[in-house]
Design a protein around this ligand. Structure first.
Ligand code: SF4
Length: 469
């Protein structure tokens, strides 16, 4: 049986693209493999947003070379932003690749899969043995194969971005805004709901800049239309830009009960001179005014963000301003990075701050942000939170990992529930007992099929019985 293994690096856009590739592959007759050593086709969906992501992707390509040597019939494919940026270099330096597809060539990749499909028979004993000898490749990124994947779906709202932040490679590799018609987005959302998805995420680089090319409907209109779909459980969206956070959007967020109570609004820096150099199109004051509006309409939501330190030109005063902003905002979560120069972007040509200083600034920022996160998580101890199962915990597969609707990670012992039971009732009511910077720990109290359904209790005596065995 032909099978495909897909490894995804980077953002939700790439996750959505990987789901598209998986759907095309299944339609063409492939099985999804959870292990590259068993696959007929291996796809690496790459990212180039930071230097580290680039190096990891090239590292994975050389790992997969061993598979190609063991079984030359294997097709090794690279797609995504790094493929778009480095196509020529990649084809020269990684000559064993079978194909490279840029960000706008997903349909071609799907067509190639269909074309290759008849050539894959069952593997011979000899190739299976050779593949089995290849060192375990380990998981370097997310793969779309696990049994719980369909519980979460990503629907792409737009491709590209027209904002040209001076640090960002996205407009260069994905192009300018290309918004999808709302009718298509609704069609994909209906399809995902019918396939059993419990949490639907609308994704785009700047989703709240959305405009329906057919009639000019904006992002709040789109949210209302998706939220009204029959059978929808939970809805969320990533990523937004502060510039497009409008009073209408704030009002809409406050009125749609199926929305997850989390707004991710990247601020990047707390210093106006740095925001200007980044070409972010807002000031600290306008960001804070928008957050005040957001909190007025959504008092129980959490706010999460992205932050960059050591951007070219960042002084100690600029960093202090970022730390002060974090103290004021109390972000529930922040993705924090040391600035990483990207070829072809303006900031890559400016005088750089040393890695040493960058590392030290990141530690100072993390101290401030983590203190707020720990405090927030501590406030949840003793409560019961509902979270959507993700599957066995990566660190300890005897435990379950789940995410609350605020995007907090919860890890809990599995009282013996099997995969089938968890997929039917994937919402877990967890009594929170421990708080950490990374998330929460607790004990399972009940499971529910739908977010708003009453949970079926997982009685304490039977938990004790299972534990005793
Ligand atoms: S808004 Fe800026 S950071 Fe975000 S994708 Fe567009 S250019 Fe990149």
């Amino acid at each position: 049986m032909a099978s495909i293994y897909i490894e995804t690096f980077g953002c939700q856009m790439n996750e959505a693209d990987s789901r598209y590739i998986a759907d095309r592959a299944v339609a063409a007759g492939y099985e999804i493999a959870s292990d590259a050593t068993r696959a007929s086709v291996v796809v690496l969906n790459t990212c180039t947003v930071r230097d580290n992501a680039e190096r990891r992707a090239y590292g994975r390509m050389s790992h997969f070379k061993a598979l190609k040597v063991a079984d030359p019939s294997l097709k090794l494919v690279v797609c995504g932003c790094l493929a778009e940026q480095d196509r020529d270099r990649m084809q020269k330096t990684v000559p064993y690749l079978d194909a490279v597809f840029g960000t706008s060539e997903l349909v071609r990749l799907g067509d190639a899969l269909a074309q290759w499909r008849p050539a894959f028979g069952d593997p011979t004993d000899e190739t299976s043995e050779l593949r089995a000898l290849v060192q375990p490749l380990g998981g370097a990124a997310d793969c779309v194969s696990d049994a719980y994947s369909h519980l979460r779906s990503f629907v792409t709202v737009q491709r590209g971005c027209s904002y040209y932040c001076t640090f960002c490679i996205v407009p260069h590799v994905r192009g300018r805004f290309d918004h999808r018609p709302m009718a298509e987005i609704l069609g994909d959302a209906r399809h995902a709901i019918a396939a059993g998805t419990r949490e639907l995420t609308l994704v785009g680089q700047t989703v709240n800049a959305y405009r329906d090319p057919a009639n000019g409907a904006d992002f709040p209109d789109l949210l209302e239309a998706v939220a009204s779909l029959e059978g929808l459980d939970r809805l969320t969206f990533l990523t937004s830009h502060p510039k497009d956070f409008t009073p209408k959007l704030a009002r809409t967020l406050g009125t749609l009960p199926s929305l997850n109570p989390r707004l991710h609004l990247p601020v990047q820096s707390g210093s106006n001179p740095i925001l200007r150099r980044m070409n972010r199109k807002y000031t600290v004051e306008t960001y804070e005014a928008k957050i005040a509006l957001f909190r007025e309409h959504c008092p129980d939501w959490v706010l999460t963000t992205d932050l960059i330190v050591a951007f070219p030109g960042e002084s100690e005063v600029d960093l202090e301003a970022t730390l002060a902003l974090c103290e004021r905002m109390r972000f529930a979560q922040a993705f924090m990075f040391v600035y990483s120069p990207r070829r072809g972007t303006p900031a890559a040509h400016w005088e750089q701050i040393s890695a040493e200083v960058g590392g030290e600034r990141l530690r100072r920022l993390a101290d401030v942000v983590n203190a707020g996160m720990r405090e927030l998580h501590q406030s949840k101890v003793g409560s019961v939170m509902r979270a959507l199962v993700q599957g066995p915990s990566r660190k300890d597969p005897s435990k379950l990992a789940a995410k609350t609707t605020e995007n907090m990670t919860v890890v809990l012992p599995n009282p013996g529930l099997d995969e089938a039971a968890l997929i039917v009732r994937p919402w877990l009511d967890v009594r929170i007992e421990g708080a950490h910077v990374w998330g929460l720990t607790g004990t399972l109290r009940g499971i529910a099929e739908r977010f708003d359904a009453v949970a079926e209790s997982v009685a304490a005596p039977s938990l004790d019985l299972i534990a005793a065995n």
